[in-house]
Design a protein. Structure first.
Length: 245
């Protein structure tokens, strides 16, 4: 059974932002359907819509380090083809109109916090939305770690149990940088593959005939060392048109 963290971790906002940004740049540089221009960066003082309206994030009931992290998170341009960054998983854009609606209506559970995880503490930032089958990434600003909570997946550890407020801690946890490096490796190895333009199932991860065909298209276009990104995007689009229901 693995330990909660592989190496001792400590939190800094700069390290967290750097790790998240590096992951987005990796996707933008390597994945068909996404370009580096579609990664958007917060100004030095944070996103103005979050800084100038201090009351907006109040319903989250988070600590100052979490609020400052959220104000400085990079994001993917809403109009880009990539809607998922991992299987069944979308990044939460705290500047978006949908998040403003959830905050304004105090509709936090299920949209900005997961069900079944126990109580998410004020010092933990929620980075992604995973519904029931995807990843809710929980960044602990006291420990400097990211936990991958998946509601309908068995946790990595037996404790804390399902009835415990800290149940989320039983799931896969790593220091921030190591966590996002691990996600990059899932793409490099083609364990995960992205099918551009597929809004509902954009990141494939199953080992079945259909997904293996997608993996083969990546390989045929030089993945990873000599990858012909645009040619691969066109081939994937043609495959999708031919095979979609």
């Amino acid at each position: 059974m693995s330990s909660p963290t592989s190496t001792p971790a400590s939190y800094s906002r700069e390290t967290a932002i750097k790790a998240i940004t590096s992951f987005y740049i990796f996707l933008a540089s390597n994945i068909p359907g996404l370009s580096p221009e579609e990664v958007k960066y917060a100004p030095p003082n944070g996103w103005p819509e979050l800084v100038n309206n201090a009351a907006l994030l109040a319903p989250l009931n988070k600590t100052d380090p979490v609020i400052e992290l959220i104000r400085h998170l990079p994001c993917l341009q809403p109009s880009c083809d990539l809607t998922q960054i991992a299987p069944e998983t979308s990044a939460i854009n705290y500047t978006s109109s949908s998040v403003r609606w959830s905050l304004g209506n105090k509709s936090i559970q299920g949209s900005l916090e997961p069900y079944g995880a126990g109580k998410i503490p004020p010092h933990v930032a929620v980075l992604t939305e995973g519904s029931r089958y995807g990843s809710w990434l929980l960044l602990d600003t006291e420990q400097g770690t990211v936990t991958d909570y998946i509601q309908f997946e068995k946790p990595e550890r037996d404790t804390p149990g399902p009835d415990d407020e800290g149940h989320w801690k039983a799931y896969h946890t790593l220091p921030v940088q190591e966590f996002f490096d691990e996600w990059k490796d899932k793409y490099r190895s083609l364990e995960w593959v992205i099918l551009p333009d597929d809004v509902d199932d954009g990141v494939r991860y199953r080992f079945d005939g259909e997904t293996d065909e997608i993996r083969q298209i990546y390989k045929e276009h030089g993945w990873p060392e000599n990858f012909r990104k645009e040619e691969c995007r066109i081939a994937l689009k043609e495959w999708h048109e031919k095979n979609k229901m």
